[in-house]
Design a protein around this ligand. Structure first.
Ligand SMILES: C[S@@+](CC[C@H](N)C(=O)[O-])C[C@H]1O[C@@H](n2cnc3c(N)ncnc32)[C@H](O)[C@@H]1O
Length: 318
């Protein structure tokens, strides 16, 4: 962490928060240039476009059902080289992109798909120097996207194994010191202030609204990623009752195309639904606004649920 995120409310005495940070400057991190080196991770693609992510090591080899590839045949080559395995099958070698890494890296929690990572970066306006609180960090896919966009990211995560996985992934692929993960429950509060952005990927983001009011700077962006429209509607109704404006919800439908000589058509398969991205800006409280409720079982849930009338009791004529 670059230290730009100011400490907020004092911590309760005796509250231990474990903090995890990656070391800076990992060799072979995303964005390397020049010839391929031992220690770097590269992507191998076979003729059927199957993808294999491997770490290059001198004297070692990569085994697939399509043959064995000696790492020494790759080390020292340029990206885009083609190498031949023992069975004569050819593999294209490139450095992986962030999207390749996200889909192939070890996961604890379900990661956000690359198509949505891009949308979140733009919708939440993540850029160099942005002070971002992210919860929960899960496997670190969204953390990596925001770190690569230049943000300083403070992560809150309730599960130690997921926090460790996220930090390990960031260490392996980015090795930046602009990342710090704290083991804590964001529903209980945010121990930071002056944040530019709060970005959430957890089940009940509306429970973070009361804490966001003190942690976000005026004009800051509150962003949440949710899998169902029910959750999204609950969030939007809670945001509408709090001092937030410019609320917007969108989903990304990304359809790839098959383009081969005269055969030009959409691909048969696509990742259809993943999640909804909602953003809103913190503004001055209007006089007619009521405070945001804090729980999904509370007032705001009733506000959007249709309330069915109780059936009239039928009198027994006897
Ligand atoms: C779907 S995962 C996040 C995946 C992550 N965005 C990624 O791309 O890798 C949701 C995470 O939220 C965490 N979580 C749930 N409730 C939380 C809370 N109240 N405070 C902090 N983390 C929470 C879970 O443990 C889980 O790791």
């Amino acid at each position: 962490m670059s230290g730009d995120i100011e400490g907020g409310a004092p911590r309760a005495p005796g509250t231990a928060v474990r903090v995890l940070t990656p070391p800076a400057g990992v060799p072979g991190a995303l964005g390397e240039r020049g010839s391929l080196q031992a220690g770097e991770r590269v992507l191998l693609l076979d003729a059927k476009q199957r993808r294999y992510l491997i770490a290059l090591g001198q004297g070692t080899s990569f085994h697939t059902h399509a043959g064995i590839v000696a790492h020494d045949d790759i080390i020292g080559r340029d990206e885009g080289a083609t190498v031949t395995g023992t069975t004569g099958r050819r593999f294209l070698v490139v450095r992986p992109t962030l999207a390749d890494v996200v889909l192939k890296m070890p996961r604890g929690a379900q990661v956000i798909y690359p198509k949505d990572l891009g949308a979140i970066l733009v919708a939440a306006d993540i850029g160099p120097g942005a002070r971002v609180l992210e919860a929960g960090v899960g496997s670190g896919a969204l953390s990596m996207a925001m770190l690569r966009a230049g943000a300083d990211v403070l992560g809150y995560e309730i599960r130690a194994d997921f926090a460790e996985r996220a930090v390990a992934n960031v260490t392996t692929w980015l090795g930046t010191s602009r990342y710090r993960v704290e083991l804590r429950d964001v529903y209980e509060g945010i121990d930071a202030s002056g944040l530019d952005r709060i970005v959430l990927d957890l089940p009940e983001p509306w429970r973070v609204i009361p804490h966001a009011l003190g942690a976000l700077r005026p004009g800051g962006v509150f962003a949440a990623y949710l899998p169902t429209i029910n959750q999204t509607a609950t969030l939007r109704n809670a945001l509408a009752r709090a001092p937030f404006a410019l609320a917007e919800t969108a989903e990304v439908l990304r359809r790839t195309w098959h383009i081969e000589t005269r055969s030009v058509r959409p691909d048969h398969r696509m990742v259809a639904h993943t999640g909804f991205v909602t953003t809103a800006r913190l503004v001055e409280r209007a006089d007619d606004q009521v405070p945001a409720p804090t729980s999904s079982t509370g007032e705001e849930l009733q506000a959007w649920s249709p309330i069915e009338d109780e059936p009239e009791p039928v009198e027994d004529p006897t």
